[in-house]
Design a protein around this ligand. Structure first.
Ligand code: SF4
Length: 317
């Protein structure tokens, strides 16, 4: 029997916020298999600098799961996060870069990228689906009062604290995995069972939230992408190009790694007992070795309050 989802009773449209990671991929499969109500569309917000395995998983899930089930996958893009950071003529929303301030204190830029490159375009697509006007320049207008759709977000029961509202009335965030009481392990098992064991979290190649383990994997397994990240890290030392061109230079130096060292010199290979100490001062509660298992998910994990390691304070861009 197809389970009924609380928020899916009212809205006529079921949308999936689709990152091609473990939980949202499990939701796509469950919907395609009839274990959950039918998704009308799954929206992938592409920052332009996702990992090759994310694009590969997206293609495979589209061809082998979504298309046969008649589920549309829509790829949305607000720009190219890497190019935009380096181009003085591009609009840029700051990444959560680690900053060494001029007085030697540590900071972290306020994260705007998840909102610009993911949430805003997912919501614009939602408004478009709800019949809002699309202007010549691509902007999408408002929805009529009372209209809404159900936005499925992949949060498992062991991570319920990550569940957040969308912040707008016309997109009602819905958490099918929570309602079904499924854990992350359950969703991974479901993917394994259906031949999608290799699905991994989605995140930008040069995301400052990348854990030490993630950087080592990139360096050891994907040298081309590692070189991109190292090059980018060097290029953003003085902050983003647009701000500098507009006379708002960064008052300090920016880094991708919280050690405030160039990425290719950062202590990503330090013995485990030293990684926390070197990276976040004396506080060992931040797991920078393994990082966050979920990557950059709109309306989950990092899209809420900025997460800064102890000892880092927020720095305005
Ligand atoms: S993965 Fe990181 S850099 Fe990319 S949008 Fe998310 S928070 Fe920003």
């Amino acid at each position: 029997m197809t389970p009924t989802l609380t928020n899916a009773k009212t809205p006529a449209i079921n949308a999936l916020s689709f990152g091609a990671g473990v939980q949202s991929s499990a939701l796509l499969l469950m919907s395609a298999h009839g274990l959950l109500p039918r998704i009308d569309y799954a929206a992938f917000a592409d920052t332009g600098w996702e990992r090759p395995e994310t694009y590969a998983a997206l293609d495979r899930l589209e061809n082998e799961v979504a298309k046969p089930a008649g589920i549309e996958i829509v790829r949305l893009r607000a720009g190219d996060i890497r190019r935009d950071a380096l181009d003085p003529n591009s609009r840029f929303s700051t990444m959560p870069l680690f900053i060494r301030n001029r007085d030697g204190s540590k900071g972290m830029l306020r994260r705007q990228c998840t909102s610009t490159y993911k949430i805003k375009i997912l919501l614009a697509e939602a408004r478009r689906r709800l019949g809002a006007e699309v202007f010549d320049d691509g902007r999408v207008g408002r929805v009529k009062r009372g209209q809404s759709l159900s936005m499925w977000v992949g949060i498992s029961s062991d991570e319920f604290h990550r569940a957040k509202d969308s912040g707008v009335k016309y997109a009602v965030n819905t958490f099918p995995l929570l309602e079904l009481g499924l854990t992350r392990a359950d969703t991974q098992a479901y993917l394994d069972q259906h031949g999608f064991a290799a699905v991994s979290k989605s995140a930008c190649i040069g995301c400052p939230y990348t854990s030490n383990a993630g950087w080592r994997r990139l360096r050891d397994d994907q040298p081309e992408q590692w070189n991109e990240a190292v090059e980018f890290d060097h290029a953003i030392r003085a902050g983003n190009a647009r701000a500098n061109a507009n006379g708002r230079p960064l008052l300090g130096q920016a880094f991708l790694h919280p050690s405030l060292l160039p990425l290719d010199e950062a202590p990503i290979d330090a013995p485990p007992q030293r990684r926390h100490l070197r990276i976040v001062g004396q506080n060992e509660s931040v797991d920078w070795e393994n990082g966050d298992p979920d990557g950059c998910s709109p309306w989950a994990c990092r899209s809420g309050q900025p997460e800064q390691p102890p000892g880092f304070s927020e720095v305005a861009a």
